[in-house]
Design a protein around this ligand. Structure first.
Ligand code: ATP
Ligand code: MG
Length: 568
């Protein structure tokens, strides 16, 4: 018997019914295609076909890491609490860190990430600037006790990650490795067949300043992003954009009665103008407790992170605090505020000479309020959450909105961990210095889910050939043991000998079942071998992505298959 992969020997229990617990396509299809099974909340087992895809992705990652000189290692999954205490994260990390004790009462955690371990690993033995830079990676399961595991392996508690860490003597050296990693991450996404964008991001738990997230575009993604054809892309929380507030209202300041109008929507409807032509006010206090009033275009939301950046100690006022300052929620405006109030306005409002805005009087608004004439703006700042349609900060064209799945992320960590854990090296000038570090993660299992989100139809998965569990499925329609079945097997072997990854569907099933499963599992190319074709010396090749079928002569099977595979 040849070492041909035979579906009759593969444990791939496909499901006809749609599993009710699965909310998104990738979760549904991976379960239905017999690639994945849930074992407990957020814990999944990979079955043979799914695991083949995982291994394909891992190998792509490995090739790209090795190509930039990162070296593969494997650290423990269980990590001692002491190291986390040294970094300060034993306290800080919170309930996502699963803590446990061994039989001796020593505290440990299940690794959610490995900055502590890697830093401890090199701290006593990576000693000289001459050995730098040094870049190490591993591919391993991680555990995060996610508050809301969902969407299958998209957000599970245990998941597979490639995590890399780099050590440097200088920031320039870190920047070089960071750029190499970013480029490698782009190649990994490309090779996995993903449509993706590199997105400016906030560094969250890890700390550090420069970071980029690689987002696979998909409606099921949790991240809301804006992007532009010029290459600019950002998470809406972090992104910049140019809002386009509209000019509206009278030349002169005019107070108008707006009974029972408290929201921008009501105001816009009442005046019959777009929301973008109104100005929204928010009240806050700064660190010293001073009143701050912020003005933004009516069709935008305040970005509190940006406000915190612009105003030290920024905090929105509660309803009681507003009353105490004599402010009217729903009709605040810049004219007639308490003298002590500091006025901040979003930069985009600079271009608007007349504002439609609250009159600081219940039931009244102003039209024609003019900055510089009727009131002064103390500070202009970027204060809003960017949204689709805003101008791209790079090229000015309207930004497009999309949802994204964060499949990977690169960070410049600096010396936070090396300082905390006392990891130093001897520099050229003879001085001991903490390493400058970078860390870089690829969610391998999430990447797999993202691929399925982008590559599926009503019949099932459509694997890009680069990550498919096998490139070609030879579907045998003839009865097992028949002459035609032997021919099918011989053709499959021919394909395999030509270097194509083949699986033979030799199961004792009806043709309809085999076709449905082949579509569901998503082999990029199906070669259908039936008696009618064989009688003419032909077989049928079907390209899964398009459904296109080609009848080819048996002699031409290998080159024809290769040609079609090249397009998958
Ligand atoms: P998220 O914001 O989605 O929680 P993260 O930013 O905390 O992820 P990182 O610490 O950057 O995650 O981890 C690197 C990669 O590991 C992520 O880009 C993602 O692909 C993957 N990953 C993180 N958490 C999970 C999870 N719960 N399930 C599957 N993959 C995950
Ligand atoms: Mg991340």
């Amino acid at each position: 018997m040849s070492d041909l992969l035979r579906l009759s020997n593969v444990y791939a229990p496909t499901l006809k019914e749609v599993p009710t617990e699965a909310e998104i396509a990738s979760h549904r299809l991976l379960l239905r295609a017999g690639m994945l099974r849930k074992q407990a909340t957020g814990l999944y087992a990979w079955l043979p076909l799914g695991y083949r895809v995982i291994q394909k992705i891992e190998n792509i990652v490995r090739e790209e890491m090795n190509a930039i000189g990162s070296q593969e290692i494997l650290m423990p999954f269980v990590q001692p609490a002491e190291l986390w205490e040294e970094s300060g994260r034993w306290e800080k990390y919170g309930p996502e860190l699963l803590r446990l004790e061994d039989r001796h009462g020593h505290a440990y955690c299940l690794g959610p990430t490995h900055e502590e371990l890697i830093t401890a690993l090199v701290r006593s033995e990576l000693r000289s600037y001459k050995e730098l830079p040094c870049s190490l990676y591993q591919i391993q399961v991680k555990f995060r006790d996610e508050i809301r595991p969902r969407f299958g392996v998209m957000r599970s508690r245990e998941f597979i990650m490639k995590d890399a860490y780099s050590f440097h003597a200088t920031h320039e050296s870190l920047q070089e490795t960071y750029d190499d990693m970013s480029e490698a991450y782009g190649k990994i996404c490309d090779r996995c067949g993903l449509v993706w964008r590199p997105v400016e991001a906030d560094s969250g738990q890890i700390g550090g300043k420069v970071t980029c997230e690689f987002m696979a575009l998909a409606d099921a993604g949790e991240a809301e992003i804006v992007h532009c054809a010029c290459g600019y892309a950002a998470d809406v929380e972090a992104g910049r954009g140019v809002a386009h507030p509209l000019e509206q209202g009278a030349e002169e300041l005019e107070k108008i009665s707006t009974p029972n109008i408290h929201t921008i929507e009501d105001l816009a409807n009442f005046l019959n103008i777009p929301e973008a032509a109104t100005v929204k006010a928010l009240s806050a206090k700064d660190g010293a407790g001073n009143l701050v009033v912020l003005f933004i275009p009516g069709d935008h939301e305040l970005n509190e992170i940006k406000a915190m950046g612009a105003i030290k100690g920024f905090e929105l006022l509660t309803d009681e605090e507003m009353l105490a300052f004599g402010l009217h929620k729903g009709s605040m405006g810049p004219v007639g505020l308490p003298k002590s109030a500091k006025i901040y306005a979003d930069e985009s409002l600079k271009s608007v000479d007349r504002w439609v805005v609250g009159a600081n009087e219940e039931g009244f608004h102003f039209v024609g309020a003019a900055p510089g004439r009727d009131f002064e703006v103390d500070e202009w700042a970027d204060l809003v959450v960017v949204k689709p349609g805003d101008g791209c900060p790079q090229c000015g064209k309207p930004l497009e909105g999309a949802r994204g799945i964060e499949v990977s992320q690169v960070f410049q960590l600096g010396d936070t961990y090396s300082k905390a854990l006392g990891a130093t090296f001897m520099d050229e000038d003879g001085k001991e210095k903490p390493f400058i570090m970078g860390c870089y993660g690829v969610g391998v299992s999430r990447t797999l889910a993202a691929i399925v989100e982008q590559h599926n139809d009503e019949h099932g998965i459509i694997w890009p050939a680069s990550v498919a569990p096998a490139e070609v499925c030879v579907v045998v329609l003839a009865k097992a043991g028949s002459e035609d079945a032997r021919t099918a097997e011989r053709l499959a072997e021919e394909l395999a000998e030509a270097g194509i990854e083949v699986v033979l569907d030799d199961r004792d099933e009806r043709a309809g079942v085999k076709f449905a499963d082949a579509d569901l599992i998503g082999w990029p190319v199906q070669v259908v071998v039936g008696s009618r074709g064989l009688a003419k010396g032909t077989v049928e090749i079907k390209k899964r992505a398009t459904g296109e079928k080609t009848e080819v002569a048996i002699d031409a099977l290998v080159p024809e298959t290769k040609a079609i595979l090249a397009t998958c």
